[in-house]
Design a protein around this ligand. Sequence first.
Ligand code: ZN
Length: 313
Amino acid sequence: MTSASIPGIHHITAISGPAQRNLDFYTRVLGLRLVKKTVNFDDPGTYHFYFGDETGQPGTILTFFPWAHVAPGRLGVGETQETVFRVPEGAMGYWLHRLVETGVAHQAPIERFGDKVIPFKDPDGMRLALVGVPGIEGEPAWTGGTVPAEAAIRGFHSASLLLADTAPTGAILTDVLGFTEVAREGDLVRYRAGTTQIGGIVDLRGAGGFLPARMGGGSVHHIAFRAADDAAEMEMVRKLQENHGITTTEQKDRNYFRSVYFREPGHVLFEIATDVPGFAADEPVSSLGAALKLPSFLEPRRASIEEVLPVLV
Ligand code: ZN
């Protein structure tokens, strides 16, 4: 890793059911900003929604491929178990009330590594949680949404992976992705990415004996980690190959970042994504998410793509 890289989670991508329901939940219930409305570059008849903060900075981005008739997934080993958002500690009461009021399936607050955590699920059964973090009220927040700034989500706190064995995945996090083991609690091992506050934590849960995951609605498809730029990304690719015998895909241009993918030893699909160029590459920050954006290679097919995409209100 070059010294310029900030380690941590770049984005998390999951599979959902109907597009409108997904859009409503993340923008209207959770108050995230839709920062990019595009299509799955590998399956352009499907939307790709990116939700995040005002500018869509790395560590705030949760993305979805919505498929109207997707079968539900089954949680198991070899996948991301829970995606956790940061909210100001003083806003936990607001959020508990909001989840009740909006009929969101949730649990009573629990304690994890000394933090108060509210686990809940989205309409597809995707496992989410809020953690109350002290002293972050002053961080920038998206104020154009349905949640007041003093309570708004401030990016990812962490993600947890469910694994048969945590050590081989831990080795990739520490040797390649810039994380350090910092704590253990029960069957959880916590890794932290330097001093990164937004998206800076990955928890590995060892759960040998569980069935393997079955990907479907509510499943996380992959988790992406940050590289500052192409040079930093290629350095990580080299380390994966030389130190771990893992070959990544070739680099793919995702318009807003450039990515390589690989299956880590615990079978979770990992991506490394560059911080550059970011979501303002093809529309101004003020109107992010408003128009359907297509990469240039799909632009000639815009009319036929728009015809098959579900209409959103
Ligand atoms: Zn991705």
